[in-house]
Design a binder for this molecule. Sequence first.
Ligand SMILES: NC(=O)c1ccc[n+]([C@@H]2O[C@H](COP(=O)([O-])OP(=O)(O)OC[C@H]3O[C@@H](n4cnc5c(N)ncnc54)[C@H](O)[C@@H]3O)[C@@H](O)[C@H]2O)c1
Ligand SMILES: [Zn+2]
Length: 284
Amino acid sequence: MSHESNVWDKAARVLSRADALMITAGAGMGVDSGLPDFRGDDGFWRAYPPMKQRGLSFVDMANPRGFVDHPSLAWGFYGHRLNLYRRTVPHEGFHLLKQWGEAMPLGWFVFTSNVDGQFQKAGFDPDRIEECHGSIHRMQCCGPCNETVWDAKEVVVDVDETHFLASAPLPGCPHCHRLARPNILMFGDGSWNELPSRAQGKRRASWLETLKGARLVIIELGAGEAVATVRHFSQSVARRADASLIRINPRDVRVHGNHHIALQTGALEGLKRLKGLLAGHHGS
Ligand SMILES: NC(=O)c1ccc[n+]([C@@H]2O[C@H](COP(=O)([O-])OP(=O)(O)OC[C@H]3O[C@@H](n4cnc5c(N)ncnc54)[C@H](O)[C@@H]3O)[C@@H](O)[C@H]2O)c1
Ligand SMILES: [Zn+2]
């Protein structure tokens, strides 16, 4: 058997024997639903050409200063993403993960740095999702004037998609009526309200606590190396006894441990191939 088919077989075997599933995901998880990742400056500028003309990188745009210095551009960027994530349909890979998670005797949990709300949209229970960098579907005050975070469902942002500029009125804080911003952790961000993410993290930690002695499988999808939060999280959970990590990524597939399995492919293709192999493993 070649090494290639060997790792796939090993992944399917680990998955078929697991008691619990931890799903971890970075921006690459959304690529097969048609969303851009921001891999490097080139990747970011391919998705946002006007930012290239302005000489602005992802790190410059994902910055709370923008809401002070150039609110219509800051909201142009986030408003465009809000509208894009609202109209995106999660690909079939989300549904496969949900099926597998629900079939696990000890259940599942999602950990993601994505702010796009795609797991919720695919029908995953919001109480079993941790969004470590926050969510674009929640708002907070730029100040912030207080600790309130509110649902963005009423928020409408009108964006000129050629220049990525949002037109007035921009989203405001219902309390102080100054500018609102998405409840997302940005670079150099001292005013992000971390309470919602922290509460999600507590739920995830208590779930992991219940798994003592259980066989845990972590499936990581599309997590990059530049902002490596998801990769580090997957690896730290995989250090538990009886845990295995399956890392799915078409490029960044470096793995470190014996219980780490790298599958070099896209998320959707990888999950579909695992589904095919699982059929042969059940009951073994
Ligand atoms: N959708 C979102 O919410 C979104 C989008 C872009 C960036 N971000 C934020 O930006 C930061 C970027 O970090 P990141 O590591 O998530 O993204 P990244 O853009 O740095 O890396 C994306 C990763 O996905 C991989 N990838 C590309 N196509 C794929 C596919 N079809 N299937 C699976 N993987 C694929 C790439 O090889 C890369 O490793 C994070 O903090 C995140 O919060 C969020
Ligand atoms: Zn306010």
